[in-house]
Design a protein around this ligand. Structure first.
Ligand code: ATP
Length: 432
């Protein structure tokens, strides 16, 4: 079990996906930096979400709100009072833990001499401007969602939007987690992909069901195997203070089921709280029905970094090709760091010229790798290991038949395709 995790973590470092932050100084408190392949892949994960949740949807618009945010937002939203985790200290070894993550026993030294749990607020606090006083306090947002609520009216009016409609945002959030860990599953700085879908209160239940169905299917469409993903309904005691119903999309991590995304019916909790605190009227007037109401909100809230890690774990595999062991990442073409690698069979100038031309054309639409070092077999293995679904090889026949070989990562099968059809061929295979 942890063997798989070790292999993924090691591949991530070796091949430039994810590094411990400030590694040359010995790392820094469970923070991570995304290397060349990691930042490409994270971009792909966010891009796939954006494509399916924003670009393809006439009913969803995006925003990009500030990370540094007013204490008034978090006071009204309930985060200042409620966004806490129960913290306990071990009296024996002085280690600190989240009470609900341990079973009354310190995981480090085994002692059960623990302090009572106290509420620890997870928001990062800072000061804006040169004076560090109460008036200068700001918070790094612990979720992107409040950006959609406080801008609800401005967004709705700017585009004359009528419910049901959604406001979406992708960006960093910060939580002072007591026990970060399991690689990038839980970090203090992470990236979220969230959408707030504003609906008539009478339709909230229907839309909630619609969205958790959609979101479950999204992970399947990106190649997560059915047996590694499930929907879990929260029971009453587990619901957050704002929720009338939450369903999580969970993934089978090497240590067990863990949340990738929560789809909550947040009711009108947030809009009402901001309306009361700010004095702004946030109700919506439906001119057709003559009804004025405060919309309910259905929120699919996903983690981009955590989802990327799930793709890496689901995709990691080892097999044998022609008696030789290989490591490969079976990533869906939409989330693989590189979609294609172009490989001239040798460094001969005539091959190089064609290969560079193909690179130039494909890189207008795809992220493309280029590799002309070492044997072709070694180069295929390198691309398999980073999950590149297609390798395009330019050989001496190319100079006469104008065609190239396209090799499939998973089956290792090769087919011959005219260069003029390459773009269409790859586009089609990325989409299916
Ligand atoms: P958890 O119970 O795991 O702490 P949560 O229920 O508090 O998560 P939400 O507030 O619903 O999480 O946030 C939505 C999504 O953001 C989560 O499903 C997860 O993918 C991601 N996320 C939340 N906290 C972290 C974190 N510390 N590190 C990485 N991703 C996170």
């Amino acid at each position: 079990v942890s063997d798989l995790m070790d292999k993924v973590v090691s591949l991530c470092k070796r091949r430039g996906f994810i590094f411990p932050s400030a590694e040359i100084y010995g790392g820094f408190r469970s923070t991570y930096d995304y290397g060349p392949l990691g930042s490409l892949m994270l971009q792909k994960v966010k891009g796939a979400w954006w494509m399916d949740m924003v670009q393809k949807r006439r009913d969803v618009v995006p925003i990009d709100a500030a990370i540094l945010s007013s204490p008034k937002i978090w006071e009204a939203s309930g985060h200042l009072a409620n966004f806490t985790d129960p913290l306990v200290d071990c009296r024996n070894c002085k280690e600190r833990w989240r009470a609900d993550h341990i079973d009354g026993v310190c995981p480090k030294c085994g002692s059960s001499d623990l302090t009572d749990a106290r509420a620890f607020n997870m928001m990062f606090k800072t000061f804006v401007g040169p004076v560090e006083d109460a008036a200068a306090v700001a918070y790094l947002r612990p979720e992107t969602a409040q950006g959609m609520f406080v801008n609800f009216k401005l967004v709705q009016q700017s585009l004359s939007l009528k419910p049901p409609f959604g406001i979406a945002q992708v960006g960093k959030s910060f939580r002072n987690e007591i026990t970060p860990g399991n690689f990038v599953f839980r970090t203090r700085e992470f990236e979220q992909m969230e959408m707030e879908y504003f609906v008539h209160p009478g339709e909230a239940v229907k839309w909630h069901e619609y969205w958790y169905g959609e979101r479950y299917n999204w992970y399947l469409s990106l190649g997560i195997p059915k047996e590694m993903i499930r929907l879990r309904h929260h029971d009453k005691e587990e619901l957050s203070h704002y929720s009338a119903g939450t369903v999580d999309v969970e993934f089978l991590f090497p240590w067990g089921w863990g949340e990738l995304e929560g789809i909550a019916n947040r009711t009108d909790y947030d809009l009402r709280a901001h309306m009361n605190a700010s004095g702004e009227d946030l109700t919506y007037f439906d001119q057709t029905s003559g009804e004025r109401y405060l919309p309910y909100v259905i929120e699919p809230a996903a983690g981009a970094t955590r989802t990327m890690m799930a793709f890496l774990i689901a995709g990691y595999s080892e097999d044998e090709v022609a008696g030789e062991k290989r490591t490969l990442l079976r990533l869906h073409p939409r989330v693989a760091p590189y979609t294609v690698c172009v490989l001239p069979l040798s460094k001969k100038p005539e091959l190089k010229e064609v290969a560079e031309r193909i690179y130039g054309e494909l890189s207008e639409s795809f992220s493309v790798a280029y590799d002309d070092t070492q044997s072709i077999g070694k180069r295929y293995r390198r691309q398999d290991e980073i999950g590149t679904p297609f390798c395009v090889t330019v050989d001496f026949d190319t100079l006469t038949d104008g065609a190239v070989t396209v090799r499939d990562r998973d089956s290792t099968q090769q087919i011959r395709i005219p260069i003029s059809e390459l773009y269409d061929h790859i586009s089609l295979r990325v989409r299916t």
